[in-house]
Design a protein around this ligand. Structure first.
Ligand code: GRF
Length: 204
């Protein structure tokens, strides 16, 4: 099975997928890594692993439609069966979601439906968690639907928010959890052990 991985930054989630493939834990290949940022370090990680890369900048296309076309074509040209949003900080259009319905997975650094949706990404999530004073946070991997962080949930795991935790320690703790959960979710998809039933995802 071929993955198309979308990134915007450091690419540590991408690296977790690369490592899982190289260690033969995940029987898949990454056909292309697409970034919406030129300087994304994840592009360096992809190049290092000889994975084709493509940078698609929204402002280089004069319409949303032409950008969508380029994104869809790039994924199809590289035969992506599953699209993985790995720290991708842009919302996919309805058109792209429809083309790959049921085959787009996203990792989010909180226990959805808490601390998610518009404006909740990266460190902003963890700051909101610490400001609120919740005792538990975690990570969620879910299918992408037309909303933001609203698709059916595949896997979640919680971590304690300790009194000693600050933005750095909490984000690091959760990022490590994301890496493991993302690989597990992709592995279940690749092994066809996931069934979507309405809002619920059943593990076969
Ligand atoms: C992290 O904040 C992570 O929680 C979210 O995307 C950000 C960057 O991840 N999923 P990565 O290191 O680029 O994979």
């Amino acid at each position: 099975m071929t993955l198309g991985v979308l990134i915007s930054g450091n690419g540590s989630n991408l690296q977790a997928l690369i490592d899982a493939i190289n260690s033969k834990y995940l029987s898949a290949r990454i056909g292309v890594v697409i970034s919406n940022r030129n300087g994304a370090y994840g592009l360096v990680r992809a190049k290092h692993d000889h994975i084709p890369i493509k940078v698609l900048l929204r402002n280089e296309f004069d319409t949303e439609d032409k950008y969508d076309e380029a994104l869809i074509n790039t994924l199809m040209e590289h035969k992506a069966d599953l699209i993985v949003l790995a720290g991708f900080l842009s919302i996919l259009s309805q058109r792209v979601v429809n083309v790959f319905k049921g085959r787009i997975i996203n990792v989010h650094p909180s226990l959805i439906p808490a601390f998610c949706g518009k404006g909740y990404y990266g460190k902003k999530v963890h700051k909101a968690v610490l400001d609120y004073g919740v005792k538990l946070s975690g990570a969620t991997v879910h299918f992408v639907d037309e909303g933001t962080d609203t698709g059916p949930i595949i896997v979640q795991e919680a971590v304690n928010v300790e009194e000693s935790d600050d933005l750095e320690s909490l984000s690091q703790k959760i990022l490590t959890l994301e890496h493991r959960l993302l690989v597990e979710a992709v592995k279940m998809f690749v092994e066809q052990r996931l069934a979507i039933e309405g809002r619920r995802v059943k593990t076969l």
